[in-house]
Ligand binder design. Structure first.
Ligand code: GDP
Ligand code: MN
Length: 406
């Protein structure tokens, strides 16, 4: 699960990681109030207005139909109002959102931390994530902050330091010092970075996160280390033990069909093709998508209805697939292991009747326990549903449907 920058920063702050302070706002009036409060607290004259969307690259991103960037420095309270008006309710396109962009619903009003002082502020990069090949967490740090880390990795990989953490003993003090040293810090900034990395790692482990990316981490002109941005991904499978974090989910940021699917305990991922599919089991779903491609079609989605498919889940699955206007045919591929094929077939027929006339051809392949009974129920239903037992047979029927579309 992804969360917003302001939520990520809330987590960091709780763990003692210094952050660029801010207040989230959902209207220009609230943004102005927040700015006044921050200016009074920080003693700085300026604030930054930051769009809150689940995508990075906001600083360089642009609002559709205007010159407005997704992150902007406001040098007056009036500017805060104007910038917020330009952002909220509008579509922000960044290199991570795709051309369709994302609607901005909230902004974070943040204190200006790039104020002039004894030295230049310096942007750095730190992330923590799971290194699957080494089966342990890795801290990555770079002096090249504010840039895309992929670019740094491609052109100047020597500028990224990596520190792998032994899960049995956790982050050791010498490792935090190695990171700070690798970033070329000394004196107070070095000490502050050691604290920063230590607190950051504890936050990452305690929240069962799968990624923390802080870009930029800033060394302010008075040598404090703080998080200016926070991209946080939490492990969905661990959310049951973090109800406070689970509550941070923002459904407005997710695909509406995927939200509906998860409300029905279905595993659904929308794709761009024309053949919808409904399958029990993730592995079988992947194989079914291959079959669709081999038959000349393109899968419109991945949909795993799980081991206990019944009439209700099948109906929910149908409704979700049918909401995708690109779908021209549906292939249902169910293996009756735990679930019996005759029950799935009854579920398909009931769901079909509950929805009414389904405008696209449906091919149902049932295999496993009571497969023949299942096929008979489909064939006898009088509905526009074709049954198949062998996968090859199902693929051939899909191919016929696709040919008829051309
Ligand atoms: P991203 O573009 O989505 O990664 O958003 P960031 O939170 O990283 O902000 C983008 C950029 O805004 C940063 O790299 C900074 O250059 C700039 N920025 C952020 N906070 C401040 C601030 O307090 N003052 C100034 N002058 N610039 C800031
Ligand atoms: Mn950033």
């Amino acid at each position: 699960m992804n969360i917003h920058e302001y939520q990520g920063k809330e987590i960091l702050k709780k763990y003692g990681v210094r952050i660029q302070e801010g207040i989230v706002a959902e209207s220009p009036e609230k943004a102005v109030e927040a700015a006044k409060l921050l200016i009074a607290q920080s003693g700085q004259k300026w604030v930054v207005v930051k769009s809150q969307i689940h995508a990075g690259g906001r600083g360089k991103g642009q609002i559709v139909g205007s010159e407005q960037r997704g992150v902007a420095l406001a040098k007056s309270v009036d500017a805060v109002r104007d910038i917020t008006k330009n952002l909220i309710g509008n579509i922000l396109v960044t290199h991570q959102t795709g051309p369709e962009g994302k609607r901005v619903n909230k902004v974070l009003i943040a204190e200006d931390v790039y104020y002039p002082g004894v030295s230049e502020p310096k942007e750095m990069y730190i992330s923590i994530l799971l290194d699957r090949t080494k089966a342990c967490n890795v801290i990555m740090a770079s002096t090249e902050g504010g840039m895309d880390i992929e670019e740094v990795a491609e052109h100047t990989p020597e500028k990224i330091v990596k520190e792998w953490i032994d899960p049995a003993v956790g982050l050791q003090p010498f490792q935090a010092r190695k990171v700070a040293f690798g970033l070329g810090l000394e004196g107070e900034a070095f000490k502050d970075m050691v604290k920063f990395v230590t607190a950051l790692y504890k936050a990452y482990v305690d929240t069962d996160a799968s990624m923390f990316e802080i870009n930029p981490v800033l060394k302010t002109s008075d040598n404090k280390i703080l998080a200016v941005d926070a991209k946080v991904n939490l492990d969905d499978n661990a959310l049951y033990r973090h109800l406070d974090l689970k509550a941070m989910r923002d459904l407005a940021e997710e695909d509406p069909l995927e939200v509906e699917a998860s409300a029905n305990d279905l595993n659904y991922v929308k794709l761009d093709g024309n053949v919808g599919c409904m399958v029990n089991g993730a592995g079988l779903a992947m194989a079914t998508m291959d079959i669709i491609k081999l038959s000349g079609g393109e899968p419109a989605n991945f949909l795993d209805v799980g081991g206990g498919a019944n009439a209700k889940t099948v109906e929910a699955g149908f409704r979700i697939i049918l909401k995708d206007p690109n779908v021209k045919a549906i292939l249902i591929n169910i293996f009756g292991g735990i679930v019996r094929c005759d029950r799935v077939a009854t579920g398909v027929v009931e769901a079909y009747k509950a929805i009414g006339d389904i405008p696209v051809p449906i091919i149902v392949r049932l295999q496993g326990t009571n497969a023949a009974e299942g096929a008979k129920i489909i064939d006898d239903s009088g509905l526009k549903v074709q049954s198949a037992v062998e996968l090859k047979e199902a693929a051939e029927k899909v191919r016929q449907v696709i040919l008829s579309l051309k």
